[in-house]
Design a protein around this ligand. Structure first.
Ligand SMILES: [Zn+2]
Length: 291
């Protein structure tokens, strides 16, 4: 991450994965386009077509961009105009933190200390109350590393990508957890329950950056901070039950599972210990008002 890659012949630089033409890898900056690239692990020279002294970029996508992806595609094409592959020169790396002397553990450690709070919403991921399998799932969802169909395809598994939950589009992590119909209904239920208005963000990572900033009474705060984990775990469990056990996805059942999680996780909170499971199921709204 702290290495600056200087483009030469492009044989040692992964086009989407490495940081070479921007300050972040292209797969992060152009997440929408990365979903339908043909080969997410291709090197830069794979996508460059050299004819004598001239060359041009030949990006490989599995389909044409949809209307809402055209702007991103233009931005990427505009960006690439400033770069060209130099067939006679090898790619090189410079240690950004100390270009003169090169890599040292000291410079690496200092930079990790300085940046650890900014780049990843770690505090929001590793909450103490939800079980570790849930926090791990949240961590993987943030980094787009859960085995959703798009992710499996990027790892080279040959699969048709159709979201099993809605059947209308491709399955990606952010679609599944934020934008697919039942997920957005679950988020709407949460917003209604806590009487807040908000826009569903683009990614799970963005969600975790903004979630602690929503204004709520101090008393319910610990419960509030667990909500994203409960929603993500509910949807992931439902999705896996649909795919692997052939179960149906009824919204009532999804809400019940979600409330069950909140009930179990809230046992350690003083105010919640006086409520029974039935209160969470049948008196949800009045219970939240009593916080
Ligand atoms: Zn879907």
């Amino acid at each position: 991450m702290k290495c600056k890659l200087e483009l030469g012949n492009g044989k040692d630089i992964l086009f989407w994965q490495d940081t070479w033409c921007m300050v972040r890898p292209l797969k992060e900056v152009f997440q929408d386009l990365f979903r339908f690239v043909d080969n997410g692990l291709g090197t830069v020279d794979n996508l460059w077509c050299q004819v004598r002294d001239e060359g041009e970029w030949r990006l490989n996508f599995r389909r044409n961009p949809y209307d809402w992806e055209v702007d991103s595609m233009r931005r990427l094409e505009g960006l690439l105009k400033d770069f060209s592959v130099l067939p006679d020169r090898s790619d090189s790396r410079t240690w950004v933190l100390d270009p003169k002397c090169g890599f040292s553990v000291r410079s690496c450690y200092r930079s990790l200390q300085a940046n650890s709070q900014e780049e990843f919403p770690a505090d929001s991921v590793w909450r103490s109350i939800p079980p570790s399998k849930v926090t791990f799932t949240m961590w993987a969802a943030c980094l787009l590393k859960l085995p959703t169909i798009d992710s499996l395809k990027r790892r080279g598994i040959v699969l048709a990508n159709r979201c099993e939950m809605c059947g209308v589009t491709e399955e990606t992590c952010n679609h599944l957890f934020l934008h697919y119909k039942v997920a957005s209904e679950l988020w709407a239920f949460v917003a209604y329950s806590f009487n807040i208005s908000w826009c569903i963000p683009q990614s799970v990572e963005q969600l975790l950056f903004m979630w602690p900033k929503v204004k709520l009474p101090a008393k319910g705060r610990k419960l509030w901070l667990m909500i994203p984990h409960a929603v993500i775990w509910t949807i992931w469990k439902t999705r896996n039950d649909v795919i692997f056990k052939g179960e149906t996805r009824q919204f009532d059942k999804i809400i019940l599972f979600f409330k069950g999680l909140i009930f179990h996780w809230s046992r350690s909170l003083d105010w919640a210990s006086r409520y029974r499971f039935e209160d969470f199921v049948f008196s949800w709204e009045s219970l939240l008002k009593s916080m």
